[in-house]
Design a protein around this ligand. Structure first.
Ligand SMILES: [Fe+2]
Length: 232
């Protein structure tokens, strides 16, 4: 007889367990909520309009969160029913909506108003690593802009750090695939959202203008903090 996750958890909770599994047994199904932006919707103007930021956060990101939670509940239900085909069928919804939630949660932290340091070049070890791996910050921006402009359909351009190889990488991902789908040791530092919903109301079809301008509000301090933590 198929053993559901819930049965497995309650059975295991009778025996001594490592802390992580014990937490799982008492916590129940984990769902997610829309994180607040660390600044006002209009705080990135004129680079990104307040209208875009509000729609992007309240409508697009919220929809990923809602649909991710829905898919997680359906997954929990399918596992409890011992329904393997539904478990497999849900994988694309989990990847798309879970990825949308992960990517946008990073994206908001990748941006900062100019009067709070947005656009200020990275200092310290990340600045050195960019010069070593790409020649200069300007070369890195040009590379990411070129890859973003060439990306067919919707997706993301990433600056990440490969924790195993100890070097920076530029990668693109399609749709809402998170950077980790390109390699388990990759950690995102900066992700540029190149879906039309991120720029079309303001930049229309001129994606290169959006990509050129977004660097004015990139939060390099956040990227530096992640880099220092992950490459230590
Ligand atoms: Fe987006």
């Amino acid at each position: 007889m198929a053993l559901s996750l819930r049965n497995l958890v309650s059975r295991n909770s009778l025996a001594p367990l490592p802390i992580g599994r014990l937490l799982l047994s008492t916590r129940g199904l984990q769902t997610f909520s829309l994180p607040d932006l660390p600044y006002d919707y209009g705080a990135l103007e004129p680079t990104i309009s307040g209208e875009i930021m509000m729609l992007h956060h309240q409508k697009h990101h919220q929809t990923y969160v809602t649909n991710y939670n829905k898919a997680l509940e359906q997954l929990d239900d399918a596992m409890n029913r011992g329904d393997p085909s539904t478990v497999v069928k849900l994988q694309s919804a989990l990847k798309f909506n879970g990825g949308g939630h992960i990517n946008h949660s990073i994206f908001w932290k990748n941006l900062a108003p100019v009067n709070e340091g947005g656009g200020e070049p990275p200092r310290g070890s990340l600045g050195w690593a960019i010069d070593t791996d790409f020649g200069s910050l300007e070369s890195l921006k040009q590379k990411m802009n070129a890859e973003g402009a060439a990306l067919q359909g919707s997706g993301w351009v990433w600056l990440g750090v490969d924790k195993e190889l100890k070097r920076l990488v530029v990668e693109t991902t399609a749709n809402q695939d998170p950077l980790v789908t390109k390699g388990p040791s990759l950690v995102p530092l900066i992700g540029l959202d190149v879906w039309e919903h991120a720029y079309y109301l303001q930049y229309k079809n001129v994606k290169p203008d959006y990509l050129n301008n977004i660097w004015k509000v990139i939060n390099w301090k956040y990227a530096s903090n992640v880099y220092e933590k992950e490459s230590a």
